[in-house]
Design a binder for this molecule. Structure first.
Ligand code: S6P
Ligand code: ZN
Length: 192
């Protein structure tokens, strides 16, 4: 590093909108079509407009995937909506390296962070602007938007965490968040 030289970071974060700008930023989006078998009412999902966006992710990945000691940063925006009575939500995952944790924090909107340990015990935390969430190691995580506006949150996780989506695709979460009488309500996995 040249002594005394002050440079500008290539990435900036708009802390009011959660939007990342600069380069390189990875962008991905999940539409209704991408979420087959994620929601309880697959028949309802299959009849929705397949091109509608459920959530998008921007991520700044300054290290090669798998590098130990590095960190990644991301912004997730979950649109408001439901599939049947189940709120729009992320697919959810365990980290491939189960010993790695993660921080989430709310930027705007109203949501629920759903957490499940390896014994399938589920707990949840309310997400809103300024809420800070520590996701323990060995804990699957998924977020649902329970409001009528986009839910935006930031995340920071280790660059060697990896993602295990298969465990959740195969076995799901032990509880699902549905709207009942206008309020969020957890349905046990065996309930309709
Ligand atoms: C990564 C972190 C988030 C999620 C994002 C989308 O470890 O937890 O950036 O990737 O919220 O969720 P999902 O479950 O589709 O990756
Ligand atoms: Zn994660």
């Amino acid at each position: 590093m040249e002594k005394g030289k002050i440079t500008i970071s290539p990435i900036s974060l708009d802390i009011t909108s959660g939007q990342l700008s600069g380069s390189p930023i990875m962008q991905s989006c999940r539409k209704i079509a991408d979420l087959k078998d994620v929601f309880k009412d697959e028949n309802f999902r299959s009849q929705m407009v397949q091109d509608d966006l459920v959530y998008s992710v921007q991520a700044y990945l300054p290290e090669e995937e798998g590098t130990s000691g590095g960190l990644y940063f991301g912004t997730t925006i979950i649109h408001p909506g439901k599939i049947g009575d189940e709120y729009f939500m992320t697919r959810g995952h365990f980290h491939a390296r189960r010993e790695t944790g993660e921080f989430y924090w709310g930027i705007k909107g109203s949501g629920i962070l759903i957490l499940m340990d390896e014994k399938r015990n589920v707990r949840a935390e309310e997400m809103k602007q300024g809420s800070l969430h520590y996701i323990n190691h060995c804990t699957a995580h998924r977020v649902a938007n329970i409001g009528s506006e986009p839910l935006v949150f930031n995340a920071c996780w280790p660059s060697d965490a990896g993602h295990d989506y298969d465990e959740i695709s195969n076995n799901g979460f032990a509880a699902r968040l549905v709207e009942k009488e206008g309020k969020p309500f957890f349905l046990d996995e065996n309930e309709g």
